[in-house]
Design a protein around this ligand. Structure first.
Ligand SMILES: Cc1cc2nc3c(=O)[nH]c(=O)nc-3n(C[C@H](O)[C@H](O)[C@H](O)COP(=O)(O)OP(=O)(O)OC[C@H]3O[C@@H](n4cnc5c(N)ncnc54)[C@H](O)[C@@H]3O)c2cc1C
Length: 364
């Protein structure tokens, strides 16, 4: 595995995402496999303690924010479109009743009841879970290493082919020297940077900001992920941050995306403080618990999206080169690396076989 960041893997979207793992995510062909894969991984490798695996409540929350928000702020306006592919679009389902007129669950005490127009669960219990994305990704990395994966720090500059057959990769090492590795199979999983290596890949990059908040001592944040729609009652400005309570009581929140051009590596991503402040002011407008907490991380990353629609792109790209496998364009829903969709099941088997061959477990 060759990774360009000086700080190791998970410095991009895979370390800075929300971490929602949902049976109701999309495309269904992948989710039907990947959700169970997550359950299995968590059971086999103590995901609860290692990467914060747990089932979580998830709902949509609407309506007013009480704090006056900055009227002119930097930051993006692009929706991350997490709910776009759901059956019925953004419509939440209604299920169990609660004591409150606006349907707020009894234990969801960290948003203001008086500001809530409505709360509705987005899925039935047991179909939404979460991971801490940085811990999940780095744990997968550690497991991969114990299974024989070798890690090199370096930036891949080209995928080498003879005719239409992959022969290796060329990369720049830590000393800025050019090196080559020969290979019969190459897996390209460079997220938003994938088109820098295969230029015709229809992948676009959307920058998105997020923050983490540590609530003040004694405050416990009940396990809910909220897809909010907040209207500033003074300016009528609309925002829709996602808020994720995490098992260690950390709270993660992300805002909309923007079109800031993709930098050369993940280490050069620029974090816009105002975009982070806006997320904080939006979420603290509906929650005293979050407002009184401490912002610990202000961060940004690039979301890889398939520009021609749909996605992700997974499988062997024989039309480009035999032996070249691509896994990119997961949009705002990431699946366990290598998870196949039904359409790509054959390619996945090939990928799996390539890996086993690499480990000497199977004849070509
Ligand atoms: C704000 C936000 C919230 C999200 N929330 C969720 C969520 O709740 N649930 C969910 O399922 N998904 C979520 N996602 C989506 C998910 O994070 C992404 O789809 C996924 O992480 C993309 O993974 P990736 O490995 O393709 O890209 P990345 O995580 O960006 O990884 C690409 C890696 O390739 C490396 N690289 C690039 N070029 C080179 C090169 N030339 N040589 C060597 N290495 C290179 C980079 O350094 C980087 O480490 C969210 C995304 C965002 C932005």
């Amino acid at each position: 595995m060759i990774e360009a960041s000086d700080h190791g893997p998970a410095q991009g979207a895979s370390g800075k995402a929300g971490g929602l793992v949902a049976r109701w995510a999309y495309p269904k062909e992948i989710v039907d496999i990947s959700f169970d894969e997550h359950v299995k991984l968590a059971m086999e490798h103590n995901g609860k303690d290692r990467w914060g695996w747990r089932y979580v409540n998830c709902g949509s929350w609407e309506k007013r924010g009480e704090v006056v928000l900055p009227e002119e702020v930097a930051g993006g306006t692009k929706s991350l479109e997490k709910t776009l592919g759901l059956p019925g679009g953004h419509k939440p389902i209604r299920s169990k009743k609660t004591r409150k007129a606006n349907d707020l669950p009894e234990d969801l005490l960290w948003v203001k009841e008086g500001l809530t127009d409505s709360y509705a669960p987005m899925a039935k219990d047991g179909s939404t879970a979460q991971v801490h994305p940085y811990l999940f990704t780095t744990s997968m990395f550690e497991l991969a290493k114990t299974n024989g994966v070798k890690y090199l720090k370096g930036k891949v500059t080209s995928i080498l082919c003879t005719g239409n057959v992959v022969t290796g990769v060329e990369y720049t090492n830590r000393e800025k020297e050019t090196e080559r590795i020969s290979a019969t199979h190459v897996i390209l999983a460079a997220g938003a940077w994938s088109p820098t290596l295969i230029k015709d890949l229809p992948i676009t990059a959307t920058r998105a900001h997020s923050i983490t908040i540590r609530p003040k001592e004694g405050v416990t944040i009940a396990p809910y992920v909220l897809f909010t729609e907040i209207v500033n009652f003074r300016t009528s400005a609309y925002s829709s941050p996602e808020i994720y309570a995490r098992p260690d009581n950390e709270v993660y929140a992300c805002g909309p995306g923007d079109d800031r051009p993709l930098p050369s590596t993940v280490d050069d991503v620029i974090v816009d403080q105002l975009s982070c402040d806006l997320i904080y002011s939006n979420i603290s407008s509906i929650s005293q618990e979050l407002r009184e907490g401490t912002v610990e991380k202000r961060q940004a990353c690039y979301l890889p999206t398939v520009s021609s629609g749909g996605g992700p792109i997974i499988g062997e790209a024989t039309q480009i080169a035999k032996g070249l496998f691509i896994g990119t364009g997961h949009t705002c829903w990431v699946r366990f690396a290598g998870s196949p969709s039904a359409r790509h099941i054959d390619e996945f088997s090939v990928l799996n076989r390539a890996f086993q061959m690499h480990q000497g477990r199977q004849e070509p």
